[in-house]
Write a protein that binds this ligand. Structure first.
Ligand code: ADP
Ligand code: MG
Length: 323
């Protein structure tokens, strides 16, 4: 049964790459990284009821399990190449596996990524994905390079994914009155995040530090501040919002979602003002665009400021396991 499931996965993810010398089917894959590059490796686990709602569509779980991993490679400026998939399933459900693999393969195809191995076991539903990618030697984006005077930027828009989650919960108020198309736009951001791979690659040699926004903007920028030994100020009125989010809630709620809601998978990064024009042009071309939202300062920590430069203190700054 296990082998039939693996065969199903393999059939969906049949994309071939010349640098895969041996893929699914032996004890280990054999892979040939290109000369002059470093291998970027990252892994993330999605657990039923924690990282996706119980009863989520298997296709969306397949997409998202890869998307969150590709987002980590994007934040390093790496180009994705290979993935391994660890599937834990409550039962040998061929339908589930087919749909899951179709969602996974849809995103893998967009990035010319080959699935080269994995493991399939029984137990409570969980999905672990490991991604491998390349970055030219010495050019990866890290968290520790931000300098006082740099601008702080973010790709795309913030807060939609958590707003999407709210739309699935019975929250009443404005959320209940949202039109179908707005609701769908927000839900789509939660179910099928877009990893900013092209943006990450464009930021090589341009950004001084980069991270993907998975836990919440302020929490994730906190990692850059700590690793770089700097402070960060964010101007709340500059945070980019989608039209759907602008319509969905009042300003205070929106700012809280943008600053602390997780799961957006945008890139937050710092860059010298000398690179700003090039970055904004290149990221507009890459499709997602970017917005300057603040600055790197001396000191430590991340502060969210209103239009009068007063500090906005939020109840929570991001998502944390075991909190
Ligand atoms: P082993 O017993 O040597 O670990 P497995 O029976 O677990 O081998 O897997 C057989 C082959 O199928 C291996 O090449 C493995 O990488 C691949 N494989 C197993 N599960 C998956 C999966 N969920 N996705 C992709 N490849 C898988
Ligand atoms: Mg195995």
């Amino acid at each position: 049964m296990e082998f039939e499931l693996i065969e199903r996965i393999r059939a969906h993810c049949s994309l071939g790459r010349a640098d895969v010398l041996l893929g699914i089917g032996d004890d280990a894959a054999l892979l040939a990284p290109p000369a002059g590059h470093e291998l970027a490796a990252s892994t993330d686990t999605l657990v039923d009821g924690v990282h996706f709602p119980q009863g989520a569509a298997p296709r969306d779980i397949g997409w998202k399990s890869l998307a969150v991993n590709l987002s980590d490679l994007a934040a390093m400026g790496a180009r994705p190449a290979w993935a391994l998939l660890n599937l834990t399933l409550p039962q040998a459900d061929a339908d589930f596996v087919d749909q899951f693999a179709a969602g996974f393969a849809e995103l893998a195809g967009q990035h010319h990524l080959a699935l080269v191995g994995g493991d399939t076991t029984s137990g409570p539903l969980a999905v672990g994905v490991t991604v491998l990618g390349f970055v030219p030697a010495g050019r990866a984006l890290r968290r520790n390079g931000a300098r006082v005077g740099d601008g702080v930027f973010v790709t795309g828009t913030l807060g939609d994914a958590v707003a999407g989650l709210y739309c699935t919960q019975a929250r009443g108020g404005a959320w209940a009155q949202l039109g179908d198309s707005q609701r769908l736009a927000l839900l789509e951001r939660m179910r099928r995040p877009t990893p900013r791979v092209a943006a990450g690659i464009a930021l090589r040699d341009q950004a001084s530090a980069c991270i993907d926004v998975s836990d919440g903007l302020l929490a994730d920028l906190g990692h850059i501040a700590r690793c770089s030994g700097v402070g960060i100020e964010i101007d709340a009125p500059l945070l980019p919002a989608s039209p759907a989010l602008l319509d969905a809630c009042d300003e205070a709620t929106r700012i809280a979602l943008q600053a602390s809601g997780g799961d957006d998978y945008e890139l937050a990064f710092c860059a010298s003002p000398a690179h700003e024009a090039t970055i904004l042009r290149d990221l507009a071309r890459s499709g997602c665009g970017a917005t300057r939202i603040g600055r790197v300062t001396a000191g430590e920590g991340v502060r969210l400021l209103d239009a009068q430069r007063g500090e906005i203190v939020l109840a929570r700054t991001g998502w944390e396991h075991f909190a």
